[in-house]
Design a protein around this ligand. Structure first.
Ligand code: AKB
Length: 334
């Protein structure tokens, strides 16, 4: 292993300037880019600033500071980090797979230029940096069932290419300069508070809303398209647990995390246990079906389980029951 728990001399890009031992991480001061849905209190993390270029939905207002920040604005991000004495940076801003294919130039800007800003700032300020990667970082030549942590990665979307670039850049800066870079490859994440946002796995959120409103879902994937998925609370908990793990426990800097894998037909069947009249029709769209067909059907997350104790709480049954209950509750309270 090329890293240990010992404090390391860290150097900045193109400079011999060290930044001393890493700051204590017991009470991190966290800046999150691009995710208004991180429910910090639930995971025992305080001192969290959420940021985005869009106003957060109403339920986020009460839960702590929210500031405007564009990841392309290096100076603004730097100001936020310095003024708030940030120690952890969690970088969620990104264009997802399907929307990225519709706007490659913008995806390149946000997903690659934005990431470079964040990497530079993390090095400059000795931050612990979390960048999510995805099942989309794999491609048609990767092993699909299951996809291990280390294998061929030749994705065919700009989203996937930018995520592989992020994994490699972060690991390079870790090995060369000691950047405390941490990356989890997320499955499709399912949340009641996130409106579908241009991803290939979005159907698995929309189907719950449709089931409770019209009772009919038209799916843009074939019924037997199997993809890895995860409930949002498992995803958040994995992220917090991974960020809190001592460096000496990490044999990798980029880990797969898994919870379940299902097809549209399987999730529909599980929803029908609660709503027997759900009707699903299939109208595969060529872009998203091609993307899904190139992604893993299952993730091997044995390294995450061994190194830092990852274990999901939600399977398909729990996920479906929770999504239906949460959407109903949300509607009652609106
Ligand atoms: C997408 O579908 O693009 C994302 C992902 C799996 O990374 N949800």
């Amino acid at each position: 292993r090329s890293f240990s728990c010992l404090p390391r001399q860290m150097s900045r890009w193109n400079s011999q300037e060290g930044c001393g031992p890493p700051p204590p991480q017991e009470n991190p001061r966290v800046l999150i880019t691009g995710n208004a849905h991180f429910s910090e209190k639930q995971y025992g993390i305080e001192n969290v600033i959420l940021s985005d270029i869009k106003k957060p939905p109403p339920h986020v207002y009460s839960s702590g500071p929210f500031v405007y920040a564009d990841v392309l604005d290096y100076k603004l991000l730097r100001e936020l980090i310095v003024n708030n004495r940030i120690t952890w940076l969690v970088h969620y801003s990104a264009l997802l797979s399907a929307v990225g294919e519709a706007n490659v130039a913008l995806a390149r800007k946000i997903n690659i230029t934005g990431l470079h800003n964040v990497l530079d700032l993390a090095l400059e300020n000795c931050l612990r940096l979390f960048v999510p990667s995805t099942i989309g970082a794999f491609g048609p030549s990767s092993p699909r069932d299951p996809a291990p942590d280390l294998c061929v990665q030749r994705p065919r979307t700009i989203y996937g290419v930018s995520k592989v670039h992020g994994e490699l850049m972060g690991e390079y800066l870790h090995h060369k300069y000691g950047l405390d870079f941490r990356c989890l490859r997320y499955p499709g994440v399912i949340s009641v508070n996130t409106t579908p946002g241009g991803g290939t796995t979005d159907y698995a959120v929309q189907i719950f809303h449709d089931a409770l409103s019209t009772g009919h879902h038209e799916c843009y994937l074939r019924p037997n398209t199997r993809l890895p998925m995860m409930h949002i609370s498992d995803c958040h908990r994995a992220t917090v647990e991974f960020m809190q793990a001592p460096e000496c426990q990490l044999s990798l800097r980029t880990y797969n995390i898994a919870a379940m894998s299902f097809t549209p037909e399987e999730v529909a069947q599980e929803i029908r246990k609660h709503l027997p009249h759900l009707k699903v029709t299939y109208n595969p769209d060529s872009v998203r079906q091609t993307i899904a067909d190139s992604w893993p059907v299952r993730f091997d997350d044995s390294n995450a389980r061994r190194d830092w104790g990852w274990a999901p709480a939600f399977g398909l049954e729990e996920l479906v029951a929770d999504m239906l209950r949460s959407i109903r509750d949300k509607r009652t309270n609106e």
